[in-house]
Design a protein around this ligand. Structure first.
Ligand SMILES: [Zn+2]
Ligand SMILES: [Zn+2]
Length: 317
């Protein structure tokens, strides 16, 4: 057997993998390693993970998900059974979020802060230390929201990031649980970018956990299966009807805002929903990600494994 014959299977195997997805996974692993090494050195790993859980799985957020679920049964934008396949699948992602993603998010924010604070100290604005909290804290949260908008914009513009973000957009039956339907590796860019304003504006002071929880709550409500536009407030805060337009099957270029709409307005990609307007279909044309609504889809957990592996496979066609 010649050397070239021996190399053929190996090359074919490599061609079936998506190298950019492995690069994102590698970057994430690096940030996590920095965070764990730093926290173990200080003996704070357990404390920080518990604090992260308190922020991201707060009773307020759990109560909001339950209350929104009840509202979805009473005033649904699209009527469907409680155990619709989309709801069951997204409930699996809620479990993954609680077990894997919350510790991952906590460590990503610590690792990103350690790396940025350690290697780019020049971004720290020492003068803000004298600013009053009532000004500095809202300013930092608004800047974090801008960073999250930018990360979301990058998710749609860069193929390497879209491979992970597509799973979130693949949902054809939106509900409040879709907020948790995200590939764990989708969060890396957002945490790197959102850490920059925190390190720059508040290097020495932590943001009160309750404010982070409120921010997460508003960001969670946007996937609710409700027609709510939030009235005049919806011109400023992302509503379920506003975010549903971002989940349109054929065009996801509008309404990238996470909590505030102002970034979309400034980037001229805001599309405000009309009150009582038609409820558009969601998902992705051509189903590039395997979805539960497909008649050939397997059991929920097996499908979830397929959906999580999908970004690492080279794209067909
Ligand atoms: Zn998106
Ligand atoms: Zn969404």
């Amino acid at each position: 057997m010649s050397v070239s014959q021996l190399q053929v299977p190996r090359l074919t195997w490599r061609r079936r993998l998506c190298s950019s997805s492995f690069a994102v996974a590698g970057l994430t692993a690096l940030i996590l390693w920095v965070a764990v090494a730093d926290l173990l050195g200080q003996g704070h790993l357990g404390t920080v993970l518990s604090a992260g859980r308190a922020e991201l799985a707060a009773p307020l957020l759990i109560a909001l998900v339950v209350a929104t679920g009840i509202c979805e049964r009473i005033w649904p934008a699209e009527r469907r059974p409680v155990l619709a396949r989309g709801h069951v699948q997204d409930a699996c992602y809620l479990a993954l979020h609680a077990i894997v993603v919350i510790p991952l998010m906590t460590l990503l924010s610590v690792g990103a802060a350690t790396l940025i604070g350690g290697h780019a100290q020049w971004i720290e604005l020492r003068s803000t230390a004298a600013w009053p909290g009532w000004l500095l804290v809202p300013l930092t949260i608004v800047a974090m929201d801008a960073a999250n908008w930018l990360a979301h914009y990058a998710d749609h513009r860069l193929d390497a990031l879209w491979r992970f973000h597509a799973l979130h957009h693949s949902q054809e039956e939106l509900s409040v649980l879709t907020s948790f339907r995200a590939h764990p590796l989708m969060h890396t860019t957002g945490f790197i970018l959102a850490t920059i304003p925190v390190v720059a504006l508040m290097p020495a002071r932590p943001i009160a956990p309750v404010l982070i929880t409120i921010y997460v709550c508003i960001g969670t409500l946007q996937h609710a299966n409700l027609r709510w536009t939030f009235g005049p407030l919806g011109r400023l805060i992302v509503s379920p009807a506003y975010h549903r337009l971002h989940h349109a099957r054929d065009d996801q270029a509008v309404n990238l805002g996470v909590v505030l709409t102002i970034w979309d307005v400034l980037a001229r990609c805001a599309s405000f929903p009309a009150r009582g307007g038609a409820v558009g279909r969601t998902g992705l044309d051509g189903r590039p990600v395997p979805v539960e609504q497909d008649s050939s889809a397997g059991p929920a957990l097996l499908l979830m494994a397929e959906q999580l592996i999908e970004p690492f496979a080279a794209q067909r066609g």
